[in-house]
Design a protein around this ligand. Structure first.
Ligand SMILES: O=C(O)CCC(=O)C(=O)O
Length: 315
């Protein structure tokens, strides 16, 4: 880890304690080289498929363009029409036993799938990325935001897991910030200079293929997206099974252009889980049971446009 601050993170005695104190945890060399090579094949296939999709058929307009930095919903079966076996291997990776066991330890309960995305280097323009806490996008006003930081701290409401498929130095976290509100300086930088100034004490995660990097969604963190530095990092999000965030209805889906992370009706496609490991099946069946009731056809309206309607209906 490279630190910009003067105070090194305190020595941690166990992964659980490191998580609790720092709000992030890196496990080294978990995935074998052959697994990473397979994932590279899979994500290059996804990239090539996604590249051909018009913006208006991707949720939230997260489609291919010079500024693109993320591909959402890697687990959409439409990405794998010619290679269903790629989908199976991707689902098995999302439910990877070491990752799930670690999440159980961190969360103190069973983890629930939420989203599978991938960070990429933008095709045209470097994106500095902004310091943020994820809860700032899910709350309104400082009072709610402070309450989320407080209530979702430990155990965490949600955890991101970054799986780099190439060496990467593009994720920054402020250790311990998941447990407390911003200092005045942090607040000023997060709100007014989020892409131009460094946060004191931030560490840059130095990740190699095979590593698993967990971080708290409400920690102060940032990604950077350098157009000239090939980036392929899976970004998986898990919540605690007791905390769910279903799509609330047609208004929300229209407002977000179809991007509500757990709105994934394609999981109901017959055969979606064919060939996965038994524990992967159990893991995704829990996700399906939890969100099934929110995957309602009536949540999809013409306002989404024909491309997105097809994305959610014809997989
Ligand atoms: O690794 C990165 O690019 C940072 C990710 C990030 O900002 C997020 O997951 O919210």
């Amino acid at each position: 880890m490279e630190s910009t601050g003067t105070t090194p993170p305190p020595a941690a005695t166990s992964p659980r304690e490191q998580w609790r104190a720092q709000g992030y945890l890196v496990l080294r060399n978990v995935l074998k080289a052959s697994h990473i090579a397979r994932l590279r094949t899979i994500v290059e296939h996804v990239y090539a498929q996604w590249r051909t999709c018009p913006m208006t058929s991707e949720p939230g307009d997260y489609g291919y363009e010079p500024n693109a930095w993320i591909i959402l919903h890697l687990n959409h079966p439409g990405r794998f029409r010619e290679h269903p076996e790629y989908l199976r291997d991707l689902l098995d990776t999302i439910a990877e036993p070491v990752a799930i066991r670690t999440l159980e330890q961190i969360m103190g309960e069973v983890p629930l799938f939420s989203q599978a995305a991938m960070f990429i280097n933008p095709p045209g323009h470097t994106r500095p990325g902004n310091w943020h806490r994820d809860c700032q996008y899910q709350t309104e006003g400082e009072e709610q935001e402070r309450a989320a930081v407080r209530d979702e701290a430990d155990p965490p409401r949600e955890v991101h897991l970054n799986i780099p498929l190439l060496s990467t130095r593009h994720t920054w976290v402020v250790p311990g910030s998941h447990l407390r509100w911003d200092t005045p300086e942090e607040r000023d930088i997060r709100l007014h200079h989020s892409t131009t100034k460094e946060l004191p004490g931030a560490v840059r995660l130095e990740l190699e293929p095979g590593d698993l990097a967990f971080f708290h969604v409400n920690s102060l963190h940032r990604g950077t997206y350098d157009k000239d530095m090939l980036r392929r990092t899976l970004n998986l999000t898990y919540s605690r099974a007791s905390i769910v965030r279903p799509a609330s209805g047609v208004e929300e889906l229209n407002r977000t252009k179809g991007y509500v992370s757990t709105f994934q009706p394609w999981c109901l496609k017959p055969g979606y889980l064919d060939g996965v490991r038994p524990e992967t099946r159990e893991f995704f069946e829990r996700f399906i049971r939890t969100y099934l009731d929110s995957w309602r056809p009536e949540y999809l309206s013409d306002a989404l446009g024909a491309g997105r309607l097809a994305y959610f209906r014809d997989f």
